[in-house]
Write a protein of this length. Structure first.
Length: 490
């Protein structure tokens, strides 16, 4: 008896052990439709849905996977340009995902259904099937989704042995990544990271059969997992009901849907960085959990200036990329640490420091205040500060009659402040090393330990000469920040 799990995807095991390659949004859409199939049905329903329904299904959490009508038609074409390949007894079978796709030019309604060849693999399943909840695959890429399904199929055994060729066949990439290290880097490592972060499974693997240096067979150990992140907007997906056997919304109007709750836990600078990337189409969840929580953005130099740092990163990205899919490429570059490389990070930190130098005292005070406050709380405090400023204007008449002694004192303070600011701009790294050698060495030692720990945790050997310039640059930034604090005390 099947569980009545919300949005459960149920597939015959034979359909899981097939070969096909779909993009993440195409695969997500098909799996959504499968989740809507009732196991009590004896035949496939005919789906009739306005193109805006497809967009609503894929954009359920506010992420823009579908941007316009042409994207919907492209998705439908991609589905049937990438058929399923499997065996049925003595026969090799190739099946499309959907049949007789019709598009009404006047109403914008699409009509389609699953092919008869898939009935035995999706309907009336009583044994030899795999079931999982759709929330496990919402944020996986196409290959990771297939890895999840394959491992879910063998979860009850807690392990499975697969040849590399068979696994590539399942993933629809039989001729790609002939070198195992490429297959590991492009497929296995991302799948490990994504399953651990988003699903109820995690896995490890090891080579169990080799031909010389060539890896032939892998043993996968499958573990239960409590994901780091669960989509809090999943309930929105279940509220969307595609049209079955009926036509509506002939006006073609797109209905509004609820949006996921506002990210209220961000500071002012984090929220500005968030909106900058959101505007460019970068996934909201990825921004909050993978970008704003990245260790590089936790550096004291960057705190309170995350928006400036991200602007610099985005500017660098635009200068280097030729991709037409900017959000997707940006995410991939961030995952691959191309945008957080140590040398690049040191350069951006230095530019953040330069930006700080050009702030007015009021701007610097506000930034310092905002650093430790949620954005909404800071904006309220800022508004209150403005109100107080307006009240202070009433005191102008009194201030105009200040004594000459008070004016002189004010000028003296201003001169001291100006002299202090001028002094701060004259930071000399070589002089610092000479006069504050002990402090310089402390910073250098800490940076070296940080680098060594990070690099060795990835299985690489730490080579000081390779990273010496980046280490020195990072130490320089830390020295300057420390020096300015000491100057401000004097």
């Amino acid at each position: 008896m099947l569980n009545s799990t919300l949005m459960a995807i149920v597939k015959a095991n034979k359909l899981i052990e097939t070969s096909y390659k779909l993009g993440s949004r195409e695969q997500f859409f098909i799996l959504y439709l499968i989740a809507k199939i009732s196991q009590e049905e004896t035949d496939f329903n005919k789906y009739q849905m306005h193109y805006s329904d497809v967009a609503r299904i894929l954009n359920f959490d506010g992420r823009r996977r579908i941007a316009n009508k042409s994207d919907v038609f492209k998705l439908m074409r991609n589905l049937n340009n990438n058929p399923i390949n499997f065996t049925d007894g003595d026969e090799d079978v190739q099946s499309v995902w959907i049949t007789e796709l019709r598009s009404n030019r006047k109403t914008g309604v699409l009509t389609f259904t699953f092919p008869e060849s898939l009935k035995d693999y999706l309907l009336q399943l009583r044994q030899h099937f795999t079931q999982y909840n759709i929330h496990n695959i919402v944020y996986l890429n196409g290959h990771s989704t297939r890895m999840y399904e394959i491992l879910k199929r063998y979860e009850f055994k807690k392990q499975v042995t697969l040849t590399v060729d068979k696994l590539k066949f399942f993933l629809g990439i039989p001729d790609k990544y002939p070198e195992f290290y490429e297959f590991k880097r492009r497929i296995l490592k991302p799948a490990q990271e994504e399953l651990l972060k988003y699903t109820d499974l995690s896995f490890t693997y090891k080579a169990v059969e080799k031909d010389g240096k060539k890896v032939l067979t892998l043993l996968f150990i499958i573990n239960k997992n409590i994901p780091e992140e669960q989509p809090d907007a999943l309930k929105l997906l279940d509220e969307i009901n595609p049209i079955k056997g009926r036509v509506e919304r002939e006006t073609g109007k797109v209905e509004t849907i609820k949006r996921p709750k506002k990210y209220t836990h961000l500071t002012f600078a984090q929220q500005k960085a968030f909106h900058l990337l959101e505007k460019e189409g970068v996934n909201k969840t990825f921004i909050v959990n993978s970008i704003l929580e990245h260790p590089k953005l936790k550096y004291e130099i960057v705190k309170g200036f995350e928006d400036i740092y991200i602007k610099l990163v985005w500017k660098f990205f635009l200068e280097k990329t030729r991709s037409k899919n900017l959000p997707g490429t940006f995410v991939n570059w961030w995952k691959n640490e191309r945008l957080t490389d140590e040398n690049l990070h040191a350069k951006h930190c230095e530019l953040v420091v330069e930006h700080k130098k050009n702030l007015t005292p009021e701007e610097a005070d506000n930034r310092n205040l905002a650093k430790s406050m949620y954005a909404d709380a800071f904006l309220k405090a800022l508004e209150k500060q403005k109100d107080n400023t307006k009240k202070d204007v009433l005191k102008d008449t009194v201030q105009a009659n200040m004594s000459k002694q008070a004016v002189a004192l004010s000028d003296l303070v201003q001169q001291k402040s100006t002299k202090k600011a001028d002094t701060q701009k004259q930071f000399n790294f070589e002089a610092f090393k000479h006069h504050h050698g002990k402090q310089y060495q402390i910073f250098m030692d800490n940076v070296i330990i940080d680098y060594k720990t990070t690099i060795e945790s990835t299985g690489q050997t730490f080579d000081f000469n390779k990273y010496s310039k980046a280490i020195e640059q990072r130490a320089k930034v830390l020295c300057e920040v420390w020096w300015k604090k000491e100057i401000s005390k004097s």
